[in-house]
Design a protein around this ligand. Structure first.
Ligand SMILES: Cc1cc2nc3c(=O)[nH]c(=O)nc-3n(C[C@H](O)[C@H](O)[C@H](O)COP(=O)(O)OP(=O)(O)OC[C@H]3O[C@@H](n4cnc5c(N)ncnc54)[C@H](O)[C@@H]3O)c2cc1C
Length: 667
């Protein structure tokens, strides 16, 4: 019997759990990396539940920004006071789970401290600087953020305007924001919480600009926490999400910092101002690929949460009849509902599978980099950029589909969707705007295509299909006989075709345009090629993982993986039909495959989402709660509304009341 069933649960959700045809506990272990990891998750959960400081006095949706920021600061201090219980360095696993349970879907005063400030110190300081700063940062004697983006520039780092000009007479840099658009804008925790930052500024020495470099800068006084002389900073105001965080602005007025404030692992400035360039231009990429890599796990967790809410709610919500007179059905029985929600579930599974791969690749690359080996860095860069872009985009779209699938209640903050969406969708922009990331992936693809055309291709695994010759037409007969290999061959065909379409257009454009203008003129096609490339990777990786799954889980995972792949094919029908690669009959077969997957997943839907192992504390959704008792919980949740503190509001006494009274007196 499912461990998710308890006395007093909604009957419909209990029945759904009884329908499940696999052991959710075994599936949870498969998803999270084994029974030991699952056991640790449960230990962490009971630990978090046992600490009063981790509790919110009221649901966070009812808090003002000031209350959220105060509440988050209290919790983050408690969270970091208790790190001996957790392996906090395991960002991909324990660290992320612990934080999700304690902080919810919000950033806090120390988010950037842990995700960017410390990793940048670890990656960019020389040994002496590391000694000086790392202990201070890890012990929480200082709280730092990462200030790169400016009002005027985010993507185009080469045009950042903040300057750091070296003065050899005093052996100091002078930090300055020469214009309004040079103001740092967006860094998390910069506005009010952090007292230090890694600031990215244009380095000038001996009259020459050496491009953007990172500097460690004290922003606020240790005792008073007031901004230091020459520094102007504050909060940038409310945002779509993460409003418990004080994303900030920062301007410098000729602020002097020591020469050794420049993080000098790679580039250096000697006391006399001589600049020493880094040995390898990409060695500084470490922090960036780290954040993009953990984002894949984080984003898939958000989509999985949305799919859990929508699936559980669809199993307890009854609305309308399918057979007249037979009573109202659970909305999960509508095929359209399944078509809307189950593909989101399938995506979340696929993205989680990719998150594990990227974690492993990141670990390998980090290990290699300690020996100065950059062999796999480019591959990690391409893969993490591409995945970050596709996964965050599909996650945002998927959350919205799940929200819509919950009708009116999905629009309420009780559902959790506004917070999930507000939190997740930021991922489309930070750590590299998604489209820009796709265009970076396209550079790799165009190099690969060029190699293939010139017969000199040396393609890494991830791009090997570009040099392959696949079948001329799809081998699909019926979806029952559609093998993984045939399915992958079809997707690779579409991806390869798009890569070469973009390549040929680029070559043609280059005949009469400069390389840069030519690139821009075909950039829509380039971005399309990158999307295909990443989606092929996601499908292949998911199918490979499923093929290795235990037999008792494989059958249901196969349905999920097939749904994921078929959904990609039918979302781009033209790509398969336009060159006669597939016939319309074959495409109809793929559609049949989808309907079959929906029907097969239907009895296992609740068991599948249960397997992600969300506790109500993490899910934070009245609609998605484990027990399915949504209606009493909604009524109870609404009692927290500040408007319910009195029966008659000043809005009535001052305005609406007199208006009605006046109208009545004239009748
Ligand atoms: C929630 C959140 C948190 C953030 N946290 C931080 C932080 O802690 N520290 C920090 O320094 N920054 C932070 N940022 C800023 C973030 O890194 C930038 O917003 C991001 O890099 C995009 O830059 P931009 O806003 O200047 O957009 P732009 O670069 O102006 O992009 C706007 C549009 O132009 C397009 N575009 C731009 N350049 C190109 C190109 N070369 N080719 C094709 N299209 C292009 C983009 O695709 C996009 O559609 C945060 C942002 C958000 C939303």
């Amino acid at each position: 019997m499912s461990r998710w069933i308890q006395d007093g649960d909604n009957v419909d959700i209990t029945n759904e759990r009884k329908k499940g045809t696999f052991d959710t506990e075994r599936m949870s272990a498969w998803i999270h990396g084994g029974p030991e990891v699952l056991k640790r998750r449960r230990e962490i959960l009971s630990f978090v539940k046992s600490i009063d400081d981790f509790k919110d006095p009221v649901p966070t949706e009812f808090m003002s920004r000031e209350e959220r920021i105060l509440n988050n600061a209290r919790k983050v201090v408690a969270m970091t006071d208790n790190t001996d219980q957790i392996d906090g360095s395991d960002f991909f696993g324990e660290g992320m789970y612990y934080q999700a349970l304690t902080m919810g879907r919000d950033l806090h005063a120390m988010s950037l401290h842990y995700v960017m400030f410390i990793p940048t110190l670890q990656g960019q300081t020389d040994d002496e600087q590391l000694d000086e700063w790392l202990t201070k940062a890890i012990s929480r004697a200082v709280v730092g953020t990462y200030a790169q983006t400016e009002l005027g520039h985010g993507t185009n780092l080469s045009k950042l305007e903040t300057t750091a000009t070296y003065d050899s007479a005093t052996e100091e840099f002078v930090l300055n924001s020469p214009t309004i658009t040079a103001a740092k804008w967006w860094p998390g925790g910069l506005g009010k919480s952090s007292n230090y930052a890694v600031v990215v500024a244009q380095l000038y020495t001996k009259g020459e600009c050496k491009g953007p470099h990172p500097f460690i800068v004290q922003l606020r006084d240790d005792e008073t926490h007031m901004p230091l002389k020459g520094i102007r900073l504050g909060d940038i105001g409310p945002k779509l999400g993460i409003n418990g965080n004080d994303n900030g602005f920062l301007l410098f007025d000729k602020v002097r910092i020591p020469r050794r404030a420049l993080l000098m692992r790679y580039a250096k400035v000697k006391p006399d101002g001589t600049y020493v360039a880094p040995a390898h231009s990409k060695l500084g990429y470490g922090t960036m690929v780290f954040v993009r890599s953990i984002m894949i796990k984080d984003q898939s967790t958000q989509l999985a949460a949305a799919a859990t809410i929508a699936t559980r709610y669809a199993s307890v919500r009854r609305q309308g009849e399918i057979s007249p007179g037979k009573g109202e059905v659970q909305i999960i029985d509508y095929q359209t509902q399944q078509f809307r929600v189950f593909p989101q579930m399938a995506r979340a599974f696929a993205f989680m599978a990719a998150a594990t791969e990227i974690r492993d690749l990141y670990m390998t690359v980090t290990e290699q980099l300690t020996h100065g080996n950059t062999e796999l860095l480019a591959e990690l860069h391409v893969l993490s950029s591409g995945l970050k872009s596709i996964v965050s985009w599909d996650t945002a779209q998927g959350i919205e589909q799940c929200r819509l699938a919950c009708g009116g209640h999905g629009y309420s903050q009780a559902s959790g969707f506004p917070e999930i969406y507000g939190y997740a969708v930021g991922g489309c922009t930070y750590e590299g705007e998604n489209l820009v990331m796709l265009l970076q992936v396209a550079r790799f693809l165009m190099r690969a295509a060029e190699g293939v055309r010139k017969g000199s291709a040396k393609l890494a695994d991830i791009g090997a299909y570009i040099g392959k010759t696949g079948p001329k037409t799809s081998r699909l007969t019926t979806h029952y006989h559609y093998t993984d290999a045939d399915l992958v061959a079809d997707l690779e065909h579409a991806a390869r075709k798009q890569v070469f379409r973009a390549y040929d257009r680029l070559k043609k454009a280059q005949e009469h345009l400069s390389p840069e203008v030519a690139w821009n003129s075909v950039s829509v096609e380039l971005a399309k090629a990158s999307r295909w490339h990443v989606r092929v990777y996601l499908v292949k990786n998911f199918l490979n993982k499923v093929a290795l799954a235990p037999q008792d889980l494989k059958f249901v995972l196969t349905d999920v993986a097939r749904l994921y792949a078929y959904d990609i094919i039918t979302s781009s029908i033209g790509a398969f039909l336009e060159d006669g690669y597939m016939s319309s009959n074959q495409m109809n077969e793929v559609k049949e495959g989808i309907y079959e997957c929906l029907a097969k997943i239907r009895p296992n839907a609740v068991a599948l989402v249960d397997s992600w192992d969300y506790d109500d504390k993490e899910l934070k959704s009245v609609l998605g709660r484990r027990d399915g008792n949504v209606y009493p919980a909604l009524l109870e949740w609404a009692q927290n509304s500040q408007l319910n503190r009195s029966d008659v509001l000043p809005s009535h006494t001052k305005y609406l009341g007199p208006m009605m009274k006046d109208a009545r007196s004239k009748l």
